[in-house]
Design a protein around this ligand. Sequence first.
Ligand SMILES: Nc1ncnc2c1ncn2[C@@H]1O[C@H](COP(=O)(O)OP(=O)(O)OP(=O)(O)O)[C@@H](O)[C@H]1O
Length: 655
Amino acid sequence: MNTFNAYAASSVLLFSIPAFYLLASPRKRATKPPPKEGESPRRGWREYIDEMRIFIPVLIPKDEAMRRKIVFSYIIVLVCLVADRLLKLASPILLRQIVVMLASDDPTMRLPWVEVVLFVLCERVFSRFTWSVSSHYRSTVSTDVADVFKLTLYNKLLNQSAEYHENVKSGSVWETVSTAGRSAIHYFSYLVLQQLPVAFDVLLGVGTCWMVFDKTLALSMLGVIVAYMWISISMEQTDNKDVQTYYTLYRNALDIGHDTLQNWQTVSYFNRLEYERSRFSEAVSQRTNAWRNLGRPLSRTKITKNVLGCLGVGGVCLLGCYQIRYSSGNAGDFAMLFQFWTALFEPIEDLAGILTGADQFLAENQKCIEILKLEPKVKDREDAEYFKPGDSTIEFNNVNFSYNDQREVVKDVSFKVEGGTTLAIVGETGGGKSTMLKLLCRAYDVTGGSIKIDGQDIRSVRLASLREHISVVPQTIGVFNVSILENLRYANLEATKEQVEDACRAAALHNRIMSFPNGYDEKVGEKGVKLSGGELQRLAIARALLRKAQIVLFDEATSNLDAETEGRIQDYLRKWYKGRTVIVVAHRLATVANADLIIAFKDGVIVEAGRHDDLVSKQGYFFRLWEKQRLAWEPSKNKKDAPEEKEQQTEEGQT
Ligand SMILES: Nc1ncnc2c1ncn2[C@@H]1O[C@H](COP(=O)(O)OP(=O)(O)OP(=O)(O)O)[C@@H](O)[C@H]1O
């Protein structure tokens, strides 16, 4: 027994040398500086659980049919898991029995053929069967959950308001959506099916060894497991920074590549192909270097873990040998111990990486988590009602707005547009005209005051019902890379071909479309590159006409058209405006001379308001803009005729 104790003590001592070495690590870490910007703070278990919780609604979706299907698959997988665990327990016990029977001196002892058949069945047949069934259902769950994941993220993104979409880097976001679910399924299957059952294995293994051997060996096993886990987890955390760096660089490379392809035209105009190539290549090689860092085979953590693993496995086996040799036991007991211990230690090595796995998963899915946590800035209130359309009177009451809390873009603006009339907003560039239209559509919510349509505060009505009544021709026209017809029908999915053609005739576009090789079926190209600026504007006007909304907003809708085409469209629009409330933002003042009300806007403030003739006769801000444009059209006129322009000489004020 003395020899046994000496060996037991030396095993424990062997194991504790690296443990002592590692004890210094936590103290070193305590003095580490706080995480830098962009680096995630070190998490505790609670933070891990909190971050992981966000995935639960996706893994167990709300949709009843889908949830039932997924839960059924989970149950089958869990049944297979339990069966697999029981088989893992049965194998060493059968092996022990086989060895005992074979090693027995008793001549009456039968051959252990039943045990051998059962052992082979457990090891080769049943376990493979449970594995096949489990993998089939796992792959079913994976596909279903990946679909739910993609749809959830897509919906989240669609529901975000303008602020999010105007600031987001779309390359990595789209990559997140298209690959969503893959790593989550992989990780959670790994966690639930491989890592967590290890606890069950440990209990079974240690419990059985306690019964077959004694508590010294069982507790030694447990001690080795706990110490190995603790040391490994402490060490592993120091590598997590590399994981975060890798994923940051990975997304950076994606964003650079995506941005460049999106702006290929600019790249080619400025002849920056080589510049972009080297920028992307630099980003990719930074990412690759970070990845190589992750997989370093000789990292301190990996070497130490391997050494510890060998000492742990070896120490317990030695302990078992000496127990068998110097107290009761037989060769079968050793076979069982060896089978248990080596089979157990492998998943324990994996389990020791649980935090690294979690960190890696969270770093890889950082964008996914960000998207799942997103809440739209502009959304329906709980008590929001459907918009009740009236004659479409619009009121701005002391409206204030700023995009970023630093600079007010709209300052205390109040005006009223009676239903069925036309308002024109004119003024210097960057003055906030387009912003006013964005506020009216609730692309953003006002930061002060209120906007009412037919007496209803637009924040108190459902967004979708409000937007159903508004038609917009924006300054930057967005089209899909599909046919002209599909782009036009986007405004009114029910529109007949005749209605589409009528709208295009009104927008002076029909004949042009008919001159294209494929007519209305002609594809417009990415961002509409196959159409001219004027064609795009006319397409946008035709879309607005098809929408048949009561409120129509035109933001520089005809700025790219020649005077004759513009005149033809204006003639039609003037008739079409009847009965609709129209707001037009325009730089060419002649196009809004007939408006019922003109607001001259400067620096976020209304400086003048009235009808065209009144404003001209007032000889103020509007008059100066008007005269400037008139003189530009009549270059022969003596410059001396121009009104006082001194206060107009700012860079921003030149229209
Ligand atoms: N999404 C945004 N985030 C931050 N600032 C913005 C955003 N959009 C516009 N701005 C700023 O708000 C101000 C008003 O912009 P807005 O587009 O409303 O001007 P505008 O009068 O329509 O100009 P223009 O006549 O040139 O179209 C500008 O200074 C602009 O830089």
